[in-house]
Write a protein that binds this ligand. Structure first.
Ligand code: SF4
Length: 276
């Protein structure tokens, strides 16, 4: 963290605390650090997507783990829902087949926006995410496979974001994070998101696992590649502002993806889209 200047004196860091093992470990590590760095302020946000697993909400179990680790380190925890922020649950967006996007595509852009909004409301100047090396390498490869350079730069840490993202676990493998969680005695979420099966990420995960077995260091190489591209992004010129909400979007768009989803959701629900 020190080498990459992730934290500075006086920072208020919003932890994206889903309650999964990565974000629990992240909260543990930052919580321990905050005990030593007295001028480091931590707050946490859990995003409730509105995903039903039949009997209950998918987020319910994880929220228990989130509350536990937040209480252990005296980190105030706030819960934000897609329903409150975007007018509908993820289930309702998927039911209406908004833009025919996969659940994860919709969920990903909403979560990103929800955390930006949470940071604004809570006065945080940085957002800490628990993405590990495996997650990050998968994301880089998925963006390469889609040929989506803009998305790759958008998801890279610390590029054009209104609130800077930091990813302290980015160079730790999923296995290392799981071992840490186990050794510290944290529980693991047993409920799986019903939308997580047979996704592109699933396939990419398998490919990378196989590749790493043959070419050691593949995941690190992908992250190095992303880091170099990030430097290009910092030179600017790739982003514009959404005409509706003012958040950054790619230079070829008038509206950001979140506003596009909300506009279509309103149309499909029989509500008037907001004028642009
Ligand atoms: Fe959202 Fe997809 Fe993750 Fe489920 S698996 S929480 S839909 S991003």
């Amino acid at each position: 963290m020190k080498n990459e200047n992730m934290l500075s004196s006086g920072d208020t860091v919003l932890i994206g605390l889903s309650g999964g093992k990565d974000s629990v470990v992240l909260t543990d590590i930052l919580g321990r650090l905050a005990r030593k760095m007295r001028d480091l302020n931590l707050v946490a946000a859990t995003v409730d997507e509105g995903i039903s697993t039949g009997e209950s909400s998918y987020r319910e179990e994880a929220l228990g783990y989130a509350r536990e680790v937040a209480a252990k380190f005296n980190v105030p925890l706030h819960v934000y829902s897609y329903r409150e922020l975007f007018g509908g649950t993820l289930d309702s967006y998927v039911r209406l087949r908004v833009q025919n996007g996969s659940a994860c595509s919709v969920c990903g852009v909403f979560r990103r926006r929800a955390l930006n909004e949470a940071a604004r409301r809570l006065g945080a100047n940085k957002i800490a995410l628990g993405h590990n090396k495996d997650d990050e390498a998968q994301t880089v490869l998925m963006n390469v496979l889609r040929g989506d350079l803009e998305r790759m730069l958008r998801t890279a840490e610390g590029t054009h974001e209104l609130v800077r993202r930091i990813k302290p676990l980015r160079r730790l493998s999923e296995r290392e994070v799981a071992i840490y969680a186990y050794l510290r005695g944290y529980g693991f979420q047993s409920v799986e998101c019903p939308y997580s099966r047979d996704t592109v990420r699933d396939k990419v995960r398998e490919v990378l696992f196989e590749l790493e077995g043959h070419v050691s260091g593949s995941r690190d190489a992908l992250l190095n590649f992303e880091d170099k591209l990030r430097d290009v992004a910092r030179a600017g010129g790739l982003y514009a502002k959404c005409e509706l909400c003012g958040e950054p979007t790619s230079s070829s768009r008038k509206l950001c993806k979140v506003c596009e989803y909300i506009q279509e959701f309103r149309r499909l629900s029989g509500l008037n889209p907001e004028p642009v």
